[in-house]
Design a protein around this ligand. Structure first.
Ligand SMILES: [Zn+2]
Length: 314
């Protein structure tokens, strides 16, 4: 090798090295996914326009989301309108089963669960942004080997992947409490709920981000699970602004799901919860910080109550 060749070779090496260094993200990254769009419940919207604010907020921040559709909640003209609207705005339209069954129930067989998934697939498959991602209701992926592996095989046979959540939280519970409060007093001050929501989501995000970093040695692209509800209609904009202010980078859900972490398949039973929870459980190293279920209202009820009463006494 003459000197020039050596020089070029070294230059090439350096540029490859610096590329791989710079391509490693230096800040946490997060995408936003929404489960259970609905048009027909008493506590939730009455028409397809009701929660347009969520769409407008996503548009304002220039990010695309993924909508995980539970078929029974949108199997109506209004429901179909809602899906069309999200599809037109470029958000992924994904499967969240038809009936929202609890897979770990002994009453639900693998076969029932498969049929139910296909019923939702037929409702969403004609949308332009239809994407073969399945999100398990309650993030329950099987309580027996037969159910867990049987359904995984079924999904991959259809070209589907798991629409895993990396950051799980209980936004649905805060929403429930807002709806209860508004029923009692339609003019109630919702500021404490807003503050609690921001604190809670960020606290869970940091928990899963730190755990993910320990497990992978890098900042993965996260998928945060939120719901299509009043809480997010009111305060999603504040949430997105908070993440930016805290130095997180907002990314599109499609981009996030391409992160290699989503190819990981966990070997734990019962299976499910956040993907990061599953990877941590599988490693056997984090028993002291892993609870089961990973997230639930039981962890938040007391905290929210004391937050609300401290707000009153201010
Ligand atoms: Zn759901």
């Amino acid at each position: 090798m003459n000197l020039l060749k050596v020089f070029i070779f070294c230059l090439l090496k350096i540029s490859i090295l610096s590329f791989s260094l710079f391509s490693q993200e230096t800040v946490p990254q997060i995408s936003f996914t929404f489960d259970d769009p609905v048009t027909d419940s008493a506590t939730t919207p009455t028409g397809p326009d009701e929660y347009d604010e969520i769409l407008k907020t996503l548009e304002r921040f220039g990010i695309k989301s993924a909508l995980f559709v539970c078929g029974k909640r949108v199997n109506s003209p209004a429901g179909r309108e809602l899906l069309k609207k999200w599809d037109k705005k470029g958000h992924l339209i994904c499967n969240h089963s038809y009936s929202h069954s609890y897979f770990h129930s002994n009453k639900i067989s693998l076969e029932d669960y498969e049929k139910d998934m296909l019923r939702c697939d037929s409702l969403i498959k004609d949308h332009s942004n239809y994407t073969r991602l399945f999100r398990y209701p309650y993030l329950k992926e099987g309580n027996t080997l037969e159910k867990r592996d049987g359904f995984r095989e079924f999904l991959s046979g259809l070209g589907y992947k798991n629409g895993s959540v990396t950051i799980d939280a209980s936004d649905w519970y805060i929403d429930q409490r807002i709806n209860d409060t508004l029923k009692e007093n339609p003019n109630a001050d919702l500021a404490p709920f807003r503050e609690f929501y921001l604190l809670h989501i960020f606290e869970r995000a940091v928990f899963y981000e730190e755990l993910a970093f320990k497990l992978t040695g890098r900042h993965i692209k996260h998928t945060l699970l939120l719901h299509y509800n009043k809480l997010n209609m009111l305060f999603l904009g504040d949430l997105l602004a908070m993440f930016i202010e805290k130095g997180w980078k907002l990314v599109d859900a499609k981009n996030a799901f391409e992160d290699p972490v989503f190819s990981e398949v966990t070997d734990v039973l019962p299976a499910g919860e956040s993907l990061i929870w599953g990877l941590a459980k599988q490693s056997g190293k984090y028993e002291n910080i892993l609870r089961y279920p990973g997230e639930d209202s039981e962890y938040e009820e007391g905290k929210l109550n004391s937050y609300l009463s401290s707000f009153k006494s201010k």
